[in-house]
Ligand binder design. Sequence first.
Ligand code: TNX
Length: 546
Amino acid sequence: MIFSTKKLKLVSLFLLTAACSFGQSNTSALLPLPNHIEQITGKKNFTITSQTTVKTNLPKQAFCLFELQRILRDRVGQSAIMGGFTASGNSLIELSTDPGIQGKEHYVLDISENKISIKGATQDALFYGLKTLDQILLGDVCNTANKQITPIRIDDEPRFGYRALMLDPARHFLPVEDVKFYIDQMAKYKYNVLQLHLTDDQGWRVEIKKHPGLTETGAFRNPQTGPNGPDNGYYTQQQLKDLIQYAADRNVEIIPELDIPGHTVAVLATYPELGCTHTDTIQKIMGKTVDLMLCANNDKVYTVYDDIIKEIAELFPSSKIHLGGDEAVIEKNWTKCDRCQSLMKQLGYTKESQLMNYFFDKILASVRKYGKEPILWCELDNIRMPANEYLFDYPKDATLITWRAGLTPKCIELTAKHGNSLIMAPGEYTYLDYPQLKGDLPEFNNWGMPVTTLETCYQFDPGYGLPAAQHAHIQGICGTLWGEAIKDINRVTYMTFPRGLALAEAGWTQMEYRDWDSFKERMYPNLMNLMKQGVSIRIPFEIVPR
Ligand code: TNX
């Protein structure tokens, strides 16, 4: 084929730009993409030497200082001298809090010939500056190999303050060490919340000192398989304290979830008397998700849960407790229960679903009494309502999470109207238990679930394309990894990555900077890094050009 001169010029221009954009550089592995990057050209590189000194106003034991040393050791095989407050020199790393920088997670990373400066108002912000530095070193392999870093200035803060992943050790138990391993991966991508789904039909996974029966019975659905199988096990309060601190060091807050009034077989297996009048004698078998519920008109439900919420509130420093509220099959429980029916009459209710208000009024009173705020799954009860009418009776202090496929636009609209905060976990984009590709490992294709590909995940805009004023109440995102088919940590990470990278960018990066092609490029070094660090991930073969 013969090109015209004009065409040739175009082709060479294309080849030149392609060579530049495919060339490995200091931005090749930045993920989530920072919101402001300034390349500084024409200046000399920073060199890491045996004389590189750290200037800091942080206390000696600050986690960020250990993290800085770890990064230097792992990426360039060098540790820096801890010079403290007055350090100086021509290879200086300054890692200091600076109250002048607005925003809890806002960091400024400035690399010049003689100095790397990482500043932010909090240690959380500094931690993110370090994570970005780590990715600069990961991406710019040739310079890193020479212990060099090219000058750059990154001034970055997240689009959303709530960037969560959810684990479900209730369905299949995950030992503490595995949860820590997961938190390590979350921290690399600037996630800051781990929602722990601690109770469900399949298991009760948290020690409650006043009710030891909950774990004695509820944590071992298959006792003959040993104490630590995927079906068995629970976290002691001491283990959770340690886990909470481990997460906090990495700027991850753990939010506990106790799912009620449905998803409660593990409680009912221990205390059958907490169910409805007609379910007392049903044998409670933990294993499957079933329709049983706690009774709405049973004082013992409220006293036992007050005890539980008290201990949970004392244990978890988070200001929030998630109380579930999803998939309550009212017609098989409260509709048939003598006690619930008489309560309805007494209160003058016409629909059983109104008992949800009564139930959560009582439960949320305990949550507030112990100084916490509730989170609930957003259920718009369109099944029992006339078409296009939605029941919305949530109290204002409840943060809701939208999840049901198709209902998110309605959840956004109703929460805005009623003044509730909202977290985005729409099934279409953020369900990490859905298979990543049709025919991908059959065990993940149970229930004929919909497929959520990496590209679909990446298309997720947590603002749902709305103007900022209409989504100001959206706090952030949550990727949910339900555990029915997820039996161990390798499966957990396989289902999370690389889709968790796409969601991390959805939570952090402004839409105007997000781009699928750029994401794919930046993903590769990160996948290699995860694999090198022993994380089982899924390689997205379907997006590799053939
Ligand atoms: C729905 S999402 C559930 C979970 C299941 C999940 C499976 C939500 C609030 N409830 O109990 O594990 O679907 O995808």
